[in-house]
Design a protein around this ligand. Structure first.
Ligand SMILES: *[C@@H]1O[C@H](CO)[C@@H](O)[C@H](O)[C@H]1NC(C)=O
Ligand SMILES: *[C@@H]1O[C@H](CO)[C@@H](O)[C@H](O)[C@H]1NC(C)=O
Ligand SMILES: *[C@@H]1O[C@H](CO)[C@@H](O)[C@H](O)[C@H]1NC(C)=O
Ligand SMILES: *[C@@H]1O[C@H](CO)[C@@H](O)[C@H](O)[C@H]1NC(C)=O
Ligand SMILES: *[C@@H]1O[C@H](CO)[C@@H](O)[C@H](O)[C@H]1NC(C)=O
Ligand SMILES: *[C@@H]1O[C@H](CO)[C@@H](O)[C@H](O)[C@H]1NC(C)=O
Length: 554
């Protein structure tokens, strides 16, 4: 341990490092002594004044009401802690209840000092628990804290109180579902995982292609390469765009993904990629391609109308306030075409949605290179060789989301990128300090904004499938994240959990994540999952002798 860090640890300890709950993320909390057994709880009482309140500040356009969040919480208490409690409405708390209400507090502030609707206050005393959300979403995050503490401390909640608020409003992951299909249920289970650690964003990249050896392919061969568009519509205007019906989401399925995720406070940010990584569109309309057929020829008169047709078809499917049009890795000799494309799509999306949606693009070309993109578009930075977010975007008045390649993963194999998130990078960072959403540049700290810079939207860690659908299985995406994503969630929130603390609670928390079985664990009364003896050849049926009793074959 470096001396500076040791001193830091010591001073933190003496100045009250214990004023926090060791959950993931960490929850600031001042204990007053003693604990309350959550098993004493007989009911959840939702403040009747706010049962139908919803959060309008978050990223979703389908926010659950306070009562709906409380219902999900009720189910989780049963599933995770075996507590079967009533859910009622009331104007005040009663003994042995969790009272859920909405309120305000001067501590409900993000890293930039602004009010955040995701904040909450948690109070535990002899009578039970009071959750005061800055909004229903804030109250929801409080319920995650309660379940986490109870899972770690065998249902004992320390008495005391704390106010907790995320530093940044966009926290989560991006998954390349363009070059690898993921069934809808997998995405929904991942939302349960993200949500338990208070991540609120699941960015799903819905179209892409393989094009790793572009120079060796003929035009004919290129037009036959793997390329996919994952939304399936029967609308005539997009007939032929998607040729993989069995590896797509129908509107009903995509609605369900978004609704199930929203139910747990997670917003799906959909991305349809163009004008680069757009081979699937060129396979549909070959006349729209450049010589590199993965790129659209923006100056072709049909290109922008085609993209507008696609977005017009799918915009009504999307329930997020932000949609992503990709705009990554395009021909650097066509920057003015690129600018014109981005700005025309931005105007179109705003008009189509009466301004209820804004648009995001990947960091690709900077203002200094001549890109002059509308300030209402937000950038998602990923590579410091493409841009320096602080100088190129923030200083020019753009909001930026951090997806720096320091945390970048590629499924299966990569010459330069990791396959799994690294605890070392999360806890030790590039500058001998934990990673944080403001670390855009991992090799020169002076190029990063300050922690309270209001233009930093947060962080989303990306998992790409550059080597296509056969390079990994569906569940490998989960295993890329499983062990370390909660730690990153702490840093995305602004928490200060240490690696030792994290490792000490991870197993208990991992076992408690509700509404998913990503480990594909098989419930069993013992280590023996099934046991047939096969010794009675006259018997017409085989009986499982493992004690699990459900493997009865006739
Ligand atoms: C809480 O106060 C902040 C200002 O500090 C305000 O922006 C916000 O709307 C208030 N929220 C509620 C629920 O009253
Ligand atoms: C979809 O169909 C293709 C071609 O038959 C097949 O290779 C692929 O495995 C199918 N995908 C799924 C998810 O069933
Ligand atoms: C792009 O489209 C324009 C307009 O149709 C055309 O003049 C140009 O040759 C095309 N570029 C390529 C590389 O095909
Ligand atoms: C960028 O676009 C804005 C809005 O259209 C315009 O006012 C400004 O002059 C442009 N800047 C440059 C350098 O072209
Ligand atoms: C770090 O960035 C600053 C500002 O861009 C620059 O002046 C300095 O030379 C850079 N340092 C290194 C080691 O690259
Ligand atoms: C994946 O493997 C299957 C079975 O070998 C093969 O048919 C298919 O072309 C492969 N897909 C890609 C994109 O390489």
């Amino acid at each position: 341990m470096k001396l500076s860090r040791l001193l830091c640890t010591l001073s933190a300890f003496t100045s009250g490092a214990l004023a926090r709950l060791v959950t993931v993320p960490i929850v600031p909390f001042t204990e007053t002594g003693g604990s309350y057994k959550l098993s004493e709880i007989t009911g959840i009482v939702v403040d009747s004044r706010y049962v139908d309140s919803v959060d309008h500040d978050g990223q979703t356009l389908i926010p659950p009401t306070l009562h709906e969040f409380a219902e999900t919480f009720q189910g989780d208490l049963k599933e995770v802690l075996g507590l079967d409690v009533q859910l009622t409405k009331g104007t005040e708390r009663s003994k042995n209840t969790i009272f859920v209400t909405i309120g305000n507090d001067t501590g409900f502030k993000d890293a930039a000092g602004r009010f955040t609707s995701e904040a909450y206050e948690l109070k535990v005393d002899d009578n039970g628990v009071v959750v005061t959300g800055a909004s229903p979403l804030g109250a929801w995050w409080a319920t995650r804290s309660i379940i986490q503490v109870a899972s770690i401390e065998s249902s004992a909640l320390p008495k005391g109180s704390g106010v907790d608020a995320p530093g940044w409003g966009t926290r989560g992951v991006m998954l390349d579902a363009g070059r690898h299909f993921y069934p809808a249920d997998f995405l929904i289970e991942m939302c349960s995982y993200l949500s338990f650690f208070k991540q609120n964003t699941f960015h799903v990249h819905l179209s892409d292609n393989l094009y790793n050896n572009v120079d060796i392919y003929s035009r004919e061969r290129s037009l036959d390469l793997y390329a996919a568009f994952r939304l399936w519509s029967d609308d005539e205007s997009v007939a032929g765009l998607n040729r993989r019906a069995n590896e797509s989401y129908t509107r009903e399925q995509f609605d369900n993904i978004q609704t199930q995720c929203a139910k747990r406070g997670v917003t799906i940010i959909p991305e349809i990629e163009a004008p680069g990584h757009a081979l699937v569109i060129v396979q549909w309309k070959p006349e729209l391609g450049l010589d590199d057929l993965s790129m659209l020829n923006i100056s072709h008169p049909e290109t922008i109308p085609t993209m507008k047709t696609i977005w017009k078809t799918f915009l009504p499917w999307f329930h997020s306030k932000v949609v992503h049009i990709g705009a990554d890795e395009y021909d650097s000799s066509l920057i003015s075409d690129y600018t014109s494309f981005v700005n025309q799509m931005n105007t179109f999306i705003q008009e189509e949605t009466s301004g209820t949606k804004s648009m995001r693009i990947w960091g690709t070309f900077t203002p200094k290179e001549g890109a002059n993109v509308s300030k209402s578009v937000s950038y998602q930075h990923w590579d410091v060789s493409a841009d320096q977010p602080y100088y190129d975007y923030i200083e020019n008045g753009y909001d930026v989301l951090n997806s720096d390649d320091y945390m970048y993963l590629v499924g299966g194999w990569s010459g330069s990128f990791a396959q799994k998130l690294s605890l070392d990078k999360i806890f030790n960072g590039p500058y001998d300090a934990p990673y944080s959403p403001v670390v855009f540049d991992s090799s020169n700290q002076t190029d990063n904004p300050s922690r309270n810079n209001p233009r930093v939207l947060g962080e989303v860690a990306a998992l790409w499938n550059d080597y296509g659908p056969n390079s990994t299985t569906v569940l490998e995406a989960y295993y890329s994240w499983r062990d370390a994503l909660p730690a990153l969630a702490d840093k995305q929130w602004g928490g200060d959990i240490t690696e030792d603390e994290y490792l000490s609670v991870f197993d208990a928390l991992h076992a408690a994540v509700p509404d998913q079985n990503l480990d594909r664990a098989i419930p069993s009364t013992s280590d023996t999952i099934l046991h047939y003896t096969f010794d009675d050849s006259s018997s017409k049926s085989l009986t499982d002798q493992s004690g699990n009793g459900r493997w009865l074959l006739c």
